[in-house]
Design a protein around this ligand. Sequence first.
Ligand SMILES: N[C@@H](CCOP(=O)(O)O)C(=O)O
Length: 456
Amino acid sequence: MKYRSTRGQTDELPFMDAILTGQAPDGGLFLPSELPDFSDKLDSWRDLSYTELAFEIMSVFANDIPQDDLKEIIEKAYSTFRDDEITPLAPAGKNLILELFHGPTLAFKDVALQFLGRLFDYILEQRDLKLNILAATSGDTGSAAIYGLKDSERVHVFVMHPHNRTSKIQAMQMCTVNQKNIHNIAVEGSFDDCQGMMKDIFNQLDFKKQYDLGAVNSVNWGRLLAQTVYYFYAYFRATENNQQKLSFSVPTGNFGDIFAGYLAAKMGLPIKKLYLATNENDVLCRAFDTGIYKKGTVHHSVSPSMDIQLASNFERYLFYSCGQDATKLRSLMEEFKAKGELHYDISCELIEAKRCDTETTLATIKNYSEENDYVLDPHTATGVHVADLLAPDEQIVCLATAHSGKFPESIKLACGEVIGNHPILDALSEDDMKYQVADAHTETIKSIIVKTLEEA
Ligand SMILES: N[C@@H](CCOP(=O)(O)O)C(=O)O
């Protein structure tokens, strides 16, 4: 299988090269040149274990990796999960909660980053290469990337997070991993600033090449591939046969998680609806409702991982919305760059978007805890609220993107006390945190990378 850029000005690449390249050199994002249709595989896949299913799906996309090697990568990746089901479903009220938080850092990012970590190790070893990861996080990707790569001898990881804008536990998870190859940068700015600088640096092709830069954010195709698996797995666990249609509700910030569901539907999974939930940072809701994609000011919310105004994977969705026309896509992205907004009808039957404000998020956490004895994390709560609002009589699979224990401040606001802790977080201490503060300038970040690698 080959991978092409949304902007159409990069040569197509095989899987392993697309993974190493991360963001395409023309500034676009990689997508498979053609998507497979898995409709006729569903019957034989229904009873597979998570890792068996992951192998069936991934082997189609990663067909330049020998099958036994791919199986080993997948087995290693998911051996770190605390639940045999990897992504189990838990009933809560009328909904099924898809618990994506059983990996090392208690967030859905582990599902892809445990895989990507082992995949990088494999490719770098095969090719005798080194890689320096530059990542941007609003809270969860950072620690998942660090835990996915902290033991990788051929990799350094630079993670930019918005200073004092993640939850305290998220910051501690990232900054207490005191290993030689891990470098945390607290940026005086927003997540959008961090992601903007990351993309800017990736677009400086000479610098990127000189310092062997790679990506673990969802600009990297490997992230989305790993995330499509749990849509299939949840579908098989939640339905009785492959004639049934199922809806999912997805808390959304950078648009990667819901886009993985959109791809699963395009590949033949019988998805009825994808409900897109945002917090007050509702740029995506407005884009689906009005056809105008326009960045606003970042609101700092109780669901900080979704405090995003520029959703990276929107570009991939837009590419499909404009009929896979890379020229059209380029002109829309240029319009956006020049005017700070773009106008295009992106509505589709499959996706329905709604915003969930802070008050409603907190009320949803409280109600679910009291009525269903289930503590939702504040991001998951936005998706659960939207599922209850838009499909009050239907069982919806709600993606639980993180464990509630990562957000004690928000849980206390909702319930009046901290409940829903997780024991692995108890050992974290602010005294062990190590990071450097930086201003939100691309040149500052570049010089940190250069200096750190020179001293390494
Ligand atoms: N919400 C994310 C932001 C980065 O998204 P990604 O999907 O591109 O990694 C986070 O928690 O860091």
